[in-house]
Design a protein around this ligand. Structure first.
Ligand code: RRO
Length: 314
């Protein structure tokens, strides 16, 4: 399989493997981040950072399910200074890119975070998470298209570094059309589709209780449950976004076949969250080898051979 390339590109950044970790799973500190850099993952994404460190929501705040997970972590993180310092020191290490994830709780906080990054020595990719579902009293910014436009308007007045946007799942064609219309106005490097499906509820019929404590048991749903929604978002956005805006597909990936499907729908790279949580770094090697085997069987030698080439029935 030596003649098969998994190279992919987002903006000026080259990845030799498109399979990355997703923000929020085993990526909260430098030890965990180094473990990812030293694995088969094609790059390393940090836990979404806020301006100040946060403890997050009360426990229990995450539970594994037969086919995925429910979480309401509430953005526990060490604060932007910690992750920015890590990103500056480790960008390009092992020939791997760092993606610095940020998640301000308001429009203003997102702008402050971007200003801090703009004024720093960091030159790598930034992923602005506009889709955290788990902060009590806050809506997911990217469901409000005017707010997305307001942030991007302000951001691109000063921000000159490569910027990706992490989106929530959209469920309606009106939403696909509306978000694409906003995003196409700006020099965004990539979008990441999708975050967890927000505010799901899982119940234990024996104890008659919710599984997690925050927000009355409501939390983000991930894993196999959300793959069809993730594929739909990747596909719908690829059909609507300018070709310069790349797409990271996230949602329900635990096999090479899942990656293949995401790329077929138009993904340039993919991220694994839930199954990285379940299986740790071996998942990256397993999934990469499975993807290579599928490509070998089909006679594909590069991702370009099938990226976005999903066939629809006549
Ligand atoms: O920390 C979280 O609760 C969290 C975040 Br920031 C996110 O973007 N998505 C998610 O499912 N959980």
């Amino acid at each position: 399989m030596a003649d098969i390339s998994l190279d992919t590109q987002m903006g000026n950044f080259k990845f030799t493997n498109p399979i990355l970790n997703a923000a929020g799973v085993r990526d909260a500190d430098s030890t965990q981040l180094n473990t990812i850099i030293n694995s088969w993952a094609g790059g390393v994404v940090t836990k979404s950072a806020t301006m100040k460190p946060r403890e997050g929501n009360p426990e229990p705040r995450m539970k594994g399910l037969p086919h995925g997970c429910i979480n309401s972590m509430g953005l526990p993180n060490h604060g932007i200074d910690y992750y920015l310092d890590y990103a500056i020191k480790n960008e390009g290490k092992n020939n791997k890119q760092v993606i610095l994830s940020i998640a301000g709780l308001s429009i203003d906080e997102n702008i402050q975070l971007l200003k801090k990054i703009q004024d720093s020595d960091y030159q790598g990719l930034v992923e602005m998470n506009l889709s955290c579902p788990n902060i009590d009293g806050e809506t997911q910014i990217a469901y409000d298209f005017d707010s997305v436009e307001a942030i991007l308007n302000q951001a691109f007045e000063f921000f000159t570094k490569p910027l990706g946007i992490k989106l929530p799942p959209y469920l309606d064609f009106y939403q696909f059309d509306s978000i694409a219309k906003v995003l196409n106005k700006y020099p965004i490097t990539y979008v990441n589709a999708i975050n967890t499906i927000g505010n799901g509820l899982v119940v234990n019929p024996e104890t008659e209780q919710t599984l997690i404590k925050p927000k009355g048991g409501f939390g983000g749903i991930s894993g196999e449950y959300i793959k069809p929604t993730a594929l739909a978002n990747v596909r719908a956005l690829r059909l609507r976004l300018n070709p310069e805006i790349k797409i990271i597909g996230t949602g329900g990936i635990h096999t090479g076949e899942d990656v293949f499907e995401h790329i077929l729908c138009g993904a340039d790279a993919v991220q694994i969250g839930t199954y990285f949580g379940f299986d740790d770094t071996p998942v990256f090697e397993k999934v990469t080898k499975e993807l290579l085997a599928i490509m070998a069987r089909k006679g594909y030698t590069s991702l370009d051979d099938f990226r976005g080439k999903l066939k629809v029935l006549d």
